[in-house]
Write a protein that binds this ligand. Structure first.
Ligand SMILES: Nc1nc2c(ncn2[C@@H]2O[C@H](COP(=O)(O)OP(=O)(O)OP(=O)(O)O)[C@@H](O)[C@H]2O)c(=O)[nH]1
Ligand SMILES: [Mg+2]
Length: 305
């Protein structure tokens, strides 16, 4: 059986629809009006979720990097990422919007970044303007969910598929904070096939681009290599499944995803497996571990290759 790395080499994935280029232009145009940018990345794929175009666009801007969905990521691997970021002096914060973790620090950090500028206003006896935050990131990473949590109401549309937010939208938080929600943005060509698959499996790319079955085959292979007990335990599978195809069929059988006539409904099973995985029902999984080259992948403000 191929390992997950070999598997992703076939048919590299790319997804850069016209609305993303438009969204990138609009983001660039709006930048002057915002004080601090909150850039969301996915804690399960800290490298693949770095959009290098942001590095270019945001380089002069005050920015807070947030690694979201920590609750879905492998705890041990997250620990090594924390150590890695500390060692390389890369400022970023782990959080989970769904679990309400790590979010309390965001506004105080953003305010502290504005202190110098605000003091200049205060010296002149002028009340500082509202703090304007722009939330950016890859699709489906939790930007709109973060806004809703911060303002404690359903102000921005959210959903399980990428591409929910179609245009920029300001949301107010009291008198002195304004948050700008933006559409998720990827970049024209992924530098390697693993990046495309990492983005696709974690939900940043529409499933129909990769195909649900192919995503599941990768997911199963990845589990067999890195988390061999997870699928067996969750779906109570027999030890006999050796290929991704057999495993997927077995899951369908166990879950009763059958067509009339009793044959396993593979497309329906693939949807079910992806839904279970993305809801975190199977277990906590990360797709990238820190390596020395992570820094050159765009982990710092300054570095570009
Ligand atoms: N488990 C978990 N799920 C999250 C978290 N944050 C967001 N989600 C879920 O991720 C999905 C996408 O959330 P959105 O807030 O719509 O993401 P977005 O970045 O605004 O997406 P686009 O507008 O499509 O770019 C939703 O199903 C959320 O419930 C998190 O921290 N943990
Ligand atoms: Mg959104």
């Amino acid at each position: 059986m191929k390992n997950p790395k070999e598997f992703v080499q076939e048919n590299p994935i790319n997804w850069y629809p016209g609305h993303m280029l438009k969204a990138k232009k609009e983001l660039t145009a709006r930048l002057k009006q915002v004080d601090v940018v909150l850039e969301l990345r996915d804690a399960r794929i800290p490298m693949a979720s770095v959009n290098k175009d942001f590095e270019e666009i945001l380089k002069q801007k005050k920015r807070i990097v947030l690694l979201n969905k920590t609750g879905l990521a492998d705890e041990d691997i997250t620990k090594s990422w924390r150590a890695y970021f500390k060692k390389n002096k890369i400022a970023c914060h782990f959080m989970d919007v769904k679990k309400n973790q790590g979010m309390q620090q965001i506004l105080p950090i953003a305010r502290s970044m504005m202190q110098e500028k605000w003091q200049r206003f205060q010296k002149k006896g002028i009340r500082p303007p509202a703090l304007k935050l722009m939330i950016v990131g890859i699709p489906n990473v939790g930007k709109s969910s973060l806004i809703n949590k911060l303002v404690k109401r359903h102000a921005a549309a959210t959903g399980p598929n990428p591409g929910v937010t179609q245009r920029q939208e300001w949301v107010r938080l009291g008198k002195d904070v304004e948050l700008l929600d933006t559409p998720g943005i990827l970049w024209p060509k992924f530098e390697n096939p693993e990046t495309g698959m990492a983005l696709a499996i974690t939900g940043a790319i529409k499933d129909r681009i990769t195909g649900e079955e192919r995503l599941c085959h990768f997911l199963i292979q990845y589990h067999i290599h890195h988390y061999p007990r997870i699928l067996q335990t969750y779906y109570q599978l027999n030890d006999g499944c050796s290929t991704p195809e057999e495993t997927l069929a077995s899951i369908g059988q166990k879950r009763g995803c059958l067509k009339t006539g009793g044959e396993v409904d593979i497309p329906r099973t693939a949807k079910l497996l992806l839904r279970d995985f993305r809801a975190g029902k199977l277990g906590r999984v990360s797709f990238e571990k820190p390596k020395e080259e992570s820094v050159s992948r765009g982990m710092t403000k300054a570095d570009r290759d």
